[in-house]
Design a protein around this ligand. Structure first.
Ligand SMILES: C[S@@+](CC[C@H](N)C(=O)[O-])C[C@H]1O[C@@H](n2cnc3c(N)ncnc32)[C@H](O)[C@@H]1O
Length: 330
């Protein structure tokens, strides 16, 4: 029976409740278990738990179930000044420019462009007492004067969003205590996340990697002047490359090192397609053995090379003298 599995086995043998794995959403099982574990075993109730980018709610459910399983749950709730978990999402995926897309996953039907909030609400049912849903553009959100003890970020899909998480949420982190999960760290794209975490490397201890997620502990306070700089748009490319490369480490699985190498190509793309193309060709030679075994990685790399090559050719054509100019000068 579900009750037996959730309550007895969980307490005695540390089994994660079935609902954590069953919730609709994008997170891998290992990442859900990480979130569950953070709120179950590490949360003390000294600050909020932020779920930035909940989508259908697999992260929300994992954080909420973990909190409820926390042995100090009652004490935490007694001293809580607000609902402990704050979940953010804009509440819809943008509709494609032409036509509409409807998809069915695990019995959930969703049409792009429409609100998925009813699906999210259904997914987290029973946790309304501990989860505050904040639906809207995160760029308009201001974090109140409340410490943050656990922070899960899964919406830094643009650098503006990344900088907004940095300037709004990070000042509320508790030195020596706050645990931060950057969900898109070991992912082919979104290089601004790696640059930001490199920029802040004196203030965080890297604790490990779970799937594409990176886990950190906030160690020493960030001085206020640091917040005035957006490292991704304001630092020279040489510095951004160094900061990005700090995320790499020989002990990482090759699949994750490949993702970081791909992300570096997209960082170089901010300089120009020629630079991005050169970096992508380097990835091809550095990861020859790996891409031979991982077809998805090989496809992603090939697509990037073709895209950078197309853009580089277009740039060369624009920069080249026109035939009229050639005939005049000739
Ligand atoms: C990868 S999904 C999150 C997956 C989720 N953590 C889960 O467990 O399934 C990223 C989410 O970020 C949200 N998002 C993107 N831009 C946003 C914005 N400007 N404000 C708020 N949410 C945003 C999207 O709506 C999407 O649901």
């Amino acid at each position: 029976m579900e009750v037996t599995r959730d309550r007895v086995l969980e307490a005695q043998f540390h089994v994660v409740p079935a609902r954590v794995d069953a919730a609709y959403g994008m997170l891998s099982e290992r990442e859900r278990h990480l979130l569950f574990n953070l709120t179950e075993s590490h949360y003390r109730g000294d600050g909020a738990i932020v779920d930035a980018g909940s989508f259908f709610g697999s992260s929300t459910v994992a954080l909420a179930e973990g909190l409820r399983a926390n042995p100090r749950f009652r004490t935490i709730m007694k001293k809580a000044v607000a609902k402990p978990i704050v979940s953010y999402d804009i509440g819809f995926l943008p509709a494609p420019l032409s036509g509409s897309v409807t998809k069915e996953t695990g019995g959930t039907v969703y049409t792009w462009g429409e609100s998925f909030v009813p699906i999210l609400e259904r997914n987290i049912v029973g946790h309304e007492d501990i989860v505050e849903l904040k639906i809207g553009d995160f760029l308009n959100e201001k974090w109140p004067a409340r410490p943050i003890e656990i922070c899960f970020i899964d919406l830094a899909k643009t650098n503006d969003l990344n900088v907004h998480t940095f300037r709004q949420l990070f000042p509320a982190f508790i030195p020596g205590q706050t645990l931060l999960v950057q969900q898109d760290f070991f992912f082919d794209r979104l290089p601004w996340i790696k640059v930001l975490m490199g920029y802040l490397s004196d203030h965080f201890e890297w604790l490990g990697q779970v799937g594409p997620s990176a886990l950190y502990r906030y160690t020493t306070p960030i001085n206020p002047e640091k917040y005035s700089i957006d490292p991704f748009t304001e630092l020279p490319i040489e510095e951004r490359v160094v900061l990005h490369k700090q995320g790499d480490n020989e002990l990482l699985p090759v699949r994750r090192r490949f993702a970081l190498a791909m992300s570096l190509c997209y960082l170089y793309e901010t300089v120009g397609p020629e630079e991005a193309l050169r970096a992508a060709r380097e990835v091809k030679s550095d990861f020859t053995d790996y891409v031979a075994t991982d077809h998805s990685a090989a496809r992603r790399l090939q697509r990037a090379i073709e895209q950078f090559d197309r853009l580089a050719k277009r740039g060369r054509l624009k920069g080249a003298p026109t035939s009229a100019a050639i005939s005049v000068s000739g």
